[in-house]
Design a protein around this ligand. Structure first.
Ligand code: FMN
Length: 390
């Protein structure tokens, strides 16, 4: 007799229904019971434990196979080539969840089509002072004040050296969060140094994300002035990158400011832009006031990022003479949320907060839901749905 995880995707409908039932039950258990328990503990401790648990599962062949059988189901209509890379599905793990590249074995089994590790910096960083994470349950959001707590690029490249990835893995690179970096020139030098190390390493990762939009670093250095951004991209691209470059964009800028940044992007060999990063504006109506007031520091993920992320995906998709692909990120909690971003113009999507609130099986649910939505709307492939919402 076959174990359920050995049932192939083209198996009869009864097998599909069984897998769907298991996924549904896992979702029910997470949302009803496990989340309530986890949310009783310190968010950063839960995050650290979840990463360790995920890493352990990833080391076990049986666990990988079992989990893949339920949540890692492939839907050929969701596959695409973006930035010259093949993606088996469009749902990625966004930067900020796996700073130490511990989940690269288990993430594809959960159904992720790709993962961004980091943000990683040239030098190791302790990050900001605690609290670095908080929960805003009614706002469906997380307070983030991590400040790039990461082991540094040398450590990650060393780890990547002898690794084979079964899906595309990218490295998010940002400025070292240190009091020693006080000027824009120092910040640029620091970022470019990390890119140069990554290029020299020949590690088998697939793409770069340049994070210019972290809102909680010391020193308040910013590359949002188009002149500085231009200079940074010139310097990064002068390293003759052998892998595609994506830019993680802010969402807390006006359409005009984003337009100026996109013009700079268009002048460089940038393959994709990601909209976008965290919500800085505590007055945003999607944030429940009593919840936000508990957090004097930090910025916000999840639902409060969704509206502006969607507006900027639309803006970028219609950017005159557009030369780049778009990756949608912010407030994805369901297949419908992901599909809206795709129909607004995103080729790929990324998320974090949705899995914290709805459980790791969410990725399988989103992939299954996306395949159903494509079928409902008469699209033979995901690529056909991109940018169809005016
Ligand atoms: C705990 C946490 C840490 C994050 N750290 C980073 C980071 O290091 N680099 C980055 O580019 N984005 C970071 N982000 C932002 C996410 O990548 C993403 O842009 C944002 O959370 C919106 O997506 P979501 O609503 O699906 O969480 C972080 C988000 C969270 C929740």
């Amino acid at each position: 007799m076959r174990l359920f995880y050995e049932i192939p995707v083209h198996a009869p409908w009864s097998a599909h229904i069984m897998k769907r039932g298991i996924m549904h039950s896992l979702g029910f258990i997470y949302r009803r019971f496990l989340k309530k328990l986890l949310f009783c503990f310190n968010p950063e401790s839960v995050h650290v434990s979840a990463i360790r648990f995920g890493e352990r599962l990833g080391e076990s062949r049986i666990a990988r196979k079992t989990i893949s059988g339920v949540t890692g189901i492939q839907y050929p209509e969701l596959s695409q080539n973006v930035s010259g890379i093949h993606f088996s599905n469009p749902v990625g793990l966004a930067a900020g969840f796996d700073y130490e590249a511990r989940l690269t074995r288990i993430a594809p089994c959960l159904g992720f089509g790709f993962e961004t590790v980091g943000t990683i910096t040239n030098m190791p960083c302790e990050g900001n002072d605690p609290p670095r994470l908080g929960r805003l349950v009614r706002s469906r959001s997380l307070m983030v004040n991590k400040g790039f707590r990461n082991p540094g690029i040398d450590c990650i490249l060393e780890k990547f050296k002898n690794t084979e990835f079964s899906f595309p893995v990218g490295i998010s690179i940002g400025q070292t969060n240190s009091a020693g970096i006080a000027t824009i020139e120092q910040a640029q030098f620091d970022i470019v140094s990390a890119f140069e190390k990554a290029e020299q390493s020949q590690a088998p990762f697939s793409y770069y994300e340049l994070n210019i939009s972290c809102p909680n670093l010391r020193g308040n250095i910013s590359f949002y002035d188009p002149e500085y951004f231009h200079s940074l991209l010139n310097a990064v691209c002068a390293s003759n990158l052998t892998k595609p470059l994506w830019i993680k964009m802010p969402i807390d800028k006006s359409d005009h400011e984003i337009g100026s940044l996109l013009r700079v992007v268009s002048d460089h060999p940038v393959s994709a832009v990601i909209f976008g990063n965290l919500q800085k504006n505590k007055q945003d109506p999607s944030l429940v006031r009593e919840e936000v007031m508990k957090f004097p520091k930090g910025n916000f993920s999840g639902k409060p990022t969704e509206r502006r992320s969607n507006e900027l995906i639309r803006l970028a998709y219609h950017f005159p003479g557009r030369t780049f692909a778009i990756i949608g990120c912010g407030g994805i909690f369901s297949a419908e949320d992901a599909y809206r971003k795709i129909r607004l113009g995103a080729n790929l999507v990324e998320l974090i907060t949705g899995i914290v609130f709805d459980g790791p099986q969410l990725i399988g649910e989103i992939n299954r839901g996306l395949a159903a939505l494509l079928r409902r709307d008469g699209y033979a492939s995901l690529g056909q749905a991109v940018g169809t919402l005016r």
